[in-house]
Design a protein around this ligand. Structure first.
Ligand SMILES: *Cc1c(COP(=O)(O)O)cnc(C)c1O
Length: 501
């Protein structure tokens, strides 16, 4: 059963927790018990493929789904050649002890696909299982990657509609094309006048409007979101930590039982938290290395125990990590302390003061599992160029941050054990920054070129092929051309649902 990180009497099945998303007291859902995997069981998974490993892990957490239901969800998410690599999340060796776990072989070339391909299937199945008759309306405000991955995941899923709002001036040309060409009978995409904060504020206002919720309720519709606080988005991410370890054992890079480190380019703390849960389940992970960009609030927290969100916000070349409030940290604090009253106090302080501080004892415990460092944009670009020249491997800026932090960890600690770096985006998704880094041209020169020329240039240079989903954008018709003001967002939702004004 699932309970809230902030206490209270709510106790839900996994299907219910996935439908509801957030606990009524504002907390996040966590499993009452984390299952443990024995060494023998782990060894028996070496010969399994990604689908089978996903099934073994998911069934431990989603205990109210039948085996048949889980298998169907997994097949729909990762099957049907939606991923352009048969291993789904392959591990690529850079040198003897450094490995890239490539999480970007999905339909939108970003790591968000790993979770957002599966969450819609889990949600749709949950609606059927629980006899929920309402239709679900998913609202997403996006600064780029999440919107497209959510659209692709929810496209044509039964009983669910999705509407994505993106800032008119705030996404890259490729990201915009990815969204405005989206197909599906249940999707809508809308540009919002303003920046990402305007779009996000608009969506929050719709969620908080009680009158509108009542009107939706009368029409048998319920609002929901697709962001990473939903347990259904977190659980698919546990799978690839296991899968990466098992792959290294199968390839003879590790002996069963040997431990490894992992480095995670971190924003909302969802990905790295899934790694911590894998470790708690018994996967031999030694250190979880938390990599940040200039927005280094997590580096400071994991080193000092003080979380201080009152600081300058930087726009960087690794935008998916430009974040000051990392929501999933709340789950880590709960899992380490199991003290819901304390978690509640910290989270209230964070929302009212933008600050909280944990005890020295808890900080010491965190440091047994985590290490943290950050990297600025200049160094991030230099590492892209360096790794391309020395290993002929092309990293996107997020992956580069993680690579450089891994180097810093090794220098600081001397710990050279095998390390898996989570590679979270295809370099082609951030072709401007990657081309600038590799060629030494400045970004404004590059920004003048057409996106498809840039993709070709990067492909010629690296001899890597452009992901098919990005190539196909050039010939796809634009289906979503509307722009609205923040004030009009709610009316857009009403229109999409054919509600009376
Ligand atoms: C979302 C994202 C991240 C951050 O992941 P979190 O789970 O939010 O920590 C890192 N890199 C890329 C490319 C992303 O899209």
């Amino acid at each position: 059963m699932f309970i809230s990180t902030r206490g209270g009497s709510e106790r839900l099945s996994s299907a219910q927790a996935i439908i509801q998303g957030l606990a009524h007291n504002g907390g996040l859902f966590v499993p009452e018990n984390i299952p443990h995997i024995s060494a023998e069981t782990l060894a028996s998974w070496v010969s399994l493929n990604y689908f089978e490993r996903a099934f073994e892990v998911l069934k431990l957490f989603l205990t109210d789904y039948t085996e048949q239901e889980l298998k169907e969800c997994i097949e729909k998410a990762y099957g049907n050649h939606k991923f352009d690599h048969s291993a789904i999340a392959p591990v690529c060796a850079i040198d003897q002890n450094t490995f890239m776990l490539e999480l970007w072989h999905g339909p939108t070339s970003a790591f968000k696909d790993m979770a957002l391909q599966l969450l819609p299937q889990l949600l749709s199945t949950a609606l059927k299982k629980t006899g929920e008759s309402h239709e679900i309306m998913i609202l997403v405000a996006t600064s780029g990657d999440t919107g497209k991955a959510a659209l692709a995941g929810f496209q044509d899923v039964e009983q669910i509609k999705i509407m994505v709002f993106y800032p008119d001036e705030g996404v890259s040309a490729i990201q915009k094309l990815q969204m405005v060409t989206q197909e599906g009978h249940n999707v809508s995409v809308m540009a919002v006048e303003g920046n990402f904060d305007d779009a996000q504020t608009g969506v929050k206002q719709i969620f908080n409007n009680k009158e509108f919720a009542e009107k939706l309720n009368q029409s048998q519709v319920r609002l929901s979101s697709a962001n990473s606080i939903n347990w259904g988005r977190l659980v698919p991410q546990i799978v690839y930590y296991f899968s990466a370890y098992l792959d290294l054992v199968a390839q003879g890079q590790l002996k069963m039982g040997d431990s490894m480190n992992v480095t995670v380019p971190t924003g909302n703390f969802g990905n790295i938290l899934a790694g911590y849960i894998a470790k708690k389940m018994g996967l031999p992970i030694d250190r979880l290395i938390c990599a940040s960009n200039n927005n280094n609030v997590l580096t400071d927290f994991l080193r000092t125990g003080s979380y201080n969100a009152k600081r300058q916000f930087y726009k960087t070349i690794s935008p998916s990590m430009d974040i000051l409030i990392s929501s999933n940290l709340e789950r880590l604090l709960y899992l380490l302390t199991e003290d819901t009253a304390q978690v509640d106090t910290w989270m209230k302080a964070l929302s009212s003061e933008g600050y909280y501080e944990i005890s020295k004892e808890l900080l010491a415990e965190i440091k047994e599992h985590f290490w943290a460092e950050w990297v600025d944009d200049v160094k991030t670009g230099e590492e892209i160029a360096h790794v391309f020249k020395s290993h002929h491997y092309l990293m996107d800026p997020h992956t580069s941050v993680a690579y450089e932090v891994t180097e810093k960890y090794r220098q600081a600690t001397g710990d050279m054990k095998p390390c898996i770096i989570l590679s979270t985006a295809s370099p082609f998704k951030f072709n401007n920054s990657v081309l600038a880094a590799v060629t030494g041209c400045n970004e404004s020169e590059i920004a003048q070129k057409n996106e498809f020329e840039l993709l070709k240039e990067l492909s010629d240079l690296s001899e890597w092929s452009v992901p098919a989903n990005l190539v196909s954008l050039q010939s796809k018709p634009v289906r979503h051309e509307r722009v609205c003001s923040t004030k009009a967002m709610q009316d857009c939702v009403a229109q999409f649902l054919h509600l009376e004004a």
